[in-house]
Design a protein around this ligand. Sequence first.
Ligand SMILES: [Zn+2]
Ligand SMILES: [Zn+2]
Length: 361
Amino acid sequence: MPLNNPYDVDLLIDNHTLFPYYTVFLDEKDKDYIKRYMALRKGEIYYKIAGILNPLGENSHLRFCEKCNEKSMAKYGELYWHRIHQIRGIYICPIHGTPIYNSSVSLEDNKYRYIAATKENCLVTDIKNYESSLCDKLLIIAKDMAWILNNPVINTKIKEQYRNQLKILKYATANGALRQKDLIGDFEAFWGIEILEKTHSTITKTNNCNWLLEMGWNRKIVTDTLKNILFLRFLGLTPYKLFNEKIEFLPFGKGKYPCLNPVCPKYKKEIIESIKVKENYKTKSPIGYFTCPVCGFSYLRRGPDNGQEDRLRYSRIIDYGGYWMDRLIKISKDHNGAEIARIMGTTHTTVYDYLRKIGKK
Ligand SMILES: [Zn+2]
Ligand SMILES: [Zn+2]
């Protein structure tokens, strides 16, 4: 490379190879390692990196899109290999929505040689026609690949993002346990077997471990970008949202939450900042624990909430709190049991029980 060249190796790797796409889910250390490897062995840039991450399913030939080639010819008078068309598992040009074809340049035979794209080596010999629903899915995947290649920056914690989205869609319980059968069944139905085979992403069901379950588990990180695309789309996400917008699992909506003690000065006012969420041992549904910082009144609600009106509902009172008790004692002198129960927002029996406990009845 000549001196004072505007390109340095990093820039070349980031802008002219598939490095950003293949390494987007790796940690910085592994990215660095692969970058060093690429910088030192320049000849193998495109496919060696694919080989590191997934030795299966490398492309056999350099590939092209007819329409992109027509455009290059008109604009520059020559052809070049587009990096996007070389991604493993891309079948459709993300710009033109048309099939990508193998050129006659075999990767196996020309590993260490650079062969330029020409009209002669980019000929369509067997026209491909993907059935329309298959084509639609392949195009979604191709467009996501292109987007990630150009925007390889993750600003969120991917694992947390997936785990929260799985909880929102009820493929995981509030504690994060996966509903494996539903997850696998729905995922396969969503993409269809043809896509999963074409992308080398079929699910093995012979044991309790496969890449799809690893996606939802706590520790494991699946770094294969294509599998992440299949997973994020199944979860109703886009790469942009996954990379940039925090996904929160909020079975009881966003805080603050109201105090539900009718004698509290903050009754029905949003005063409770944070809650605890646990899950029901049997049903696995979430249970929220709410405590008012002003009066100490504490309630739980079985969730998830189905709407705003649920925020004023509790399933059980855990503790009436000191404020409620003081008020009970005060009004007990001037009111009968039924009146007290109405004012205190509880039943006659509860009032009677509490008064007896403190020796007032
Ligand atoms: Zn194209
Ligand atoms: Zn309160």
